[in-house]
Unconditional design. Structure first.
Lengths: 140, 549
């Protein structure tokens, strides 16, 4: 188990040279979203498009930080980014389920969440912006 | 003798050559090639049919399994996408997946469920309603958690399609089998026809039309020199050789036999003696020209095959019948003379000898010789020997014969008169007028005696001047007396001898009259002589009766 895990890690590193390895991933929503916290499962469902609505019933606008994706999904689902990409590739084929919006860094994600009450994103640290509310923390 | 007889014995019917039957062409449907082909066709068709039916079942089953497996594989192929669609609850993707599955004509219905919700369904009927309930199901698990079941992929196979496909496949197999059986059959038929039947047919035709005598041979069918057909042809030729050799020997033997037969036939036909064979009933079987001549038959009488020889011999044929019977009963040989009278009043004497043929009780052989000339010469000689040269009357021997040949006729008849005549005074005429006058006188006396007696009576001169008369069939003693008296009177008349010299003599007659002649003539003569002596003693020129015994 250890060897394949290590191998996949090395593989991931090689694939995304610019990947940032974060200590912690934090899921944030707009403070006006009416959501105080989310379970891992709810988070998974939202980020994988299984659930398209926020618990409040509003449509969820899911945001990904490009450099953090691999680390995040590994932390959240224990899956490699390739699998996630393949998953989305299949769904994109139909055109019905849209993948999350991708932003270049955590700041952009925070800014997006600050603007949009229906937005949900993951970042690598608890943001300082008060308009963003942490609903789930994925520690190491 | 044996030679010609053997040639004449009819041979047992020599097996005449039966007319050759027309060569019967073997009917096509009876030919070996046809029958072999038909057998193979029937057998092959039967086996092929059973195989086709059996394989149809097997193929349907296999095809069903194969299509099922293919479906399972297809489902496995789309499973991941289906899982994704179910996971993302993406009806669109789900619809794409099931539509992809439905592309296969072996799929009747396909659907993807997420939980209990049908995400997408295509095809006819629902999974629950599918015939046989043979829906294939596959659990859909979360792409990210293999332990979580999120839905199901259901596929209903198109059973009718599969069955039809299996049937197609079966038909294909069946037609392949049919083609196989047919081609094998035709191949075998061709081989049999070309390799065996044609050779045999040709051989049979050739053999049928073969003329053994000409020494021709059958030809070994081309390409069959080393096989059974070649051996058959070779054996036929060897047999033909042997038959030909046997025929040649037979021909030679026949030639020899025919030459011998011709020789015997020549002898037979030209023999001076009449040669013939008779059946046991006395009918003529074979005869030669000499027999026809001997029998004095005319041309129109020559068709005498089967005619009774006894009948042809005429009045005396009865004796021949007895001879035939004697031979048939076991005698070796019998012979006799026959006098055959012809219509013109002439007669021929035939000496007939009959022989038994060794080993044949139903056939006799015989020989006929015309002995007429000899017989006549004999008769003449005997007549001369029995006549008195001077008077032409019987002499003593003639008298003896006449008596003995008629003796059986005298028995039981009215009566027999024996008259002994002794001339009185003959010695005087002889001494005074010479022997010539004596001889002439004796001749004249003889004529006078003949003039007195009947034609059937016998007159003999048994001594110098002694005459004997045998008078047949006398009704009474007085008739004898009458004749004796006439005789005495006739001889008592003067005779004219030697140019008219008149002489007178007398006759002393002794008469024996008997109604039961017995014993020897000599005895009768002795008694007549005694009576004559009595007449002489009484004065000559008179008659006396002998005392009855």
């Amino acid at each position: 188990m250890r060897i394949p895990a290590l191998a996949s890690l090395v593989f991931a590193l090689l694939l995304s040279a610019h990947e940032v390895v974060a200590e912690e991933f934090v899921l944030i929503v707009n403070r006006d979203s009416g959501i105080s916290n989310l379970s891992r499962e709810q988070a998974s469902h939202l980020f994988l498009g299984r659930v398209k609505m926020l618990p409040t019933g509003a449509r969820a606008n899911v945001v990904e930080v490009e450099p953090l994706r691999a680390g995040f999904y590994r932390r959240l689902l224990g899956r490699e980014i390739a699998e996630i990409n393949a998953y989305w590739a299949r769904l994109q084929f139909s055109g019905r389920t849209q993948p999350p919006l991708r932003v270049p860094d955590s700041a952009a994600a925070v800014a997006r969440v600050a603007e949009d009450p229906q937005a949900i994103a993951f970042v690598d640290a608890v943001p300082e912006d008060a308009r963003a509310r942490v609903v789930l923390r994925l520690g190491p | 003798m044996r030679g010609w007889c053997c040639a004449l014995v009819p041979e047992p019917a020599s097996g005449g050559d039966a007319p050759p039957r027309a060569f019967r062409r073997v009917r096509r449907t009876r030919g070996i090639a046809f029958r072999t082909t038909a057998s193979i066709l029937v057998f092959g068709g039967l086996v092929g049919g059973i195989a086709a039916v059996g394989s149809a079942k097997l193929i349907e089953h296999k095809e069903h399994r194969r299509l099922n497996d293919a479906l399972v594989e297809s489902m496995a192929a789309v499973q991941r996408t289906a899982s994704v669609a179910a996971y993302a609850r993406d009806e669109q993707l789900a619809a794409e997946v099931v539509a992809g599955l439905l592309q296969s004509s072996s799929v009747a219905h396909a659907e993807i469920l997420e939980g209990e919700t049908v995400l997408a369904a295509v095809g006819v009927g629902a999974a629950q309603e599918s015939p046989n309930g043979a829906a294939l199901r596959r659990q859909l698990r979360s792409p990210f958690d293999a332990t979580e079941t999120i839905g199901e992929l259901r596929v209903v196979p198109a059973s009718a399609f599969i069955a039809a496909k299996a049937a197609d496949y079966s038909r294909l197999v069946a037609s392949l089998l049919a083609v196989l059986v047919l081609s094998i059959t035709l191949g075998v038929a061709w081989l049999v026809g070309r390799g065996v039947t044609r050779g045999i047919g040709r051989l049979a035709g050739e053999l049928h039309g073969l003329d053994v005598v000409s020494g021709s041979k059958v030809t070994v069918p081309a390409g069959h020199a080393e096989d059974e057909l070649g051996r058959l042809a070779g054996d036929i030729n060897a047999l033909l050789d042997r038959v030909e050799a046997a025929l040649a020997r037979e021909r030679e033997a026949r030639g020899l036999h025919a030459a011998a037969e011709r020789k015997w036939r020549l002898i037979f036909d030209n023999a001076g003696s009449g040669l013939f064979t008779l059946d046991s009933g006395g009918g003529l079987v074979e005869w030669n020209p000499a027999l026809v001549r001997a029998l004095g038959l005319k041309d129109e009488e020559r068709g005498i095959s089967g005619a009774s020889l006894a009948a042809l011999l005429g009045d005396e044929g009865g004796r021949l019948e007895r001879m035939v019977a004697a031979i048939v009963e076991g005698d070796e040989v019998a012979s006799a003379d026959f006098e055959r009278r012809d219509l013109e009043g002439g007669s021929r004497w035939l000496h007939v000898v009959l022989n038994a043929i060794e080993g044949r009780r139903d056939l006799l052989q015989g020989i006929v010789n015309d002995i007429t000339e000899r017989k006549r010469a004999e008769d003449k000689a005997r007549a001369q020997a029995e006549r008195d040269a001077l008077t032409g009357l019987l002499n003593r021997r003639g008298l003896e014969r006449a008596y003995s040949s008629r003796r059986h006729e005298y028995a039981g008849t009215a009566g027999l008169g024996v008259l002994l005549v002794d001339l009185d005074g003959f010695k005087w005429v002889n001494d005074n007028h010479g022997h010539e006058a004596g001889d002439e006188l004796l001749q004249l006396v003889a004529r006078r005696i003949e003039g007195v007696v009947r034609r059937s009576d016998k007159v003999a001169r048994i001594g110098g001047d002694e005459f004997v008369l045998l008078l047949d069939d006398l009704k009474s003693m007085s008739m004898a007396r009458n004749i004796a008296a006439k005789l005495v009177d006739a001889i008592g008349q003067p005779f004219a001898v030697l140019d008219g010299r008149k002489v007178r003599i007398g006759a002393s007659v002794g008469v024996v009259f008997t109604q039961y002649p017995s014993g020897e003539l000599a005895e009768l003569l002795r008694r007549a002589d005694a009576a004559m002596y009595e007449a002489k003693k009484a004065g000559k020129s008179q008659y006396r009766f002998a005392f009855p015994v």
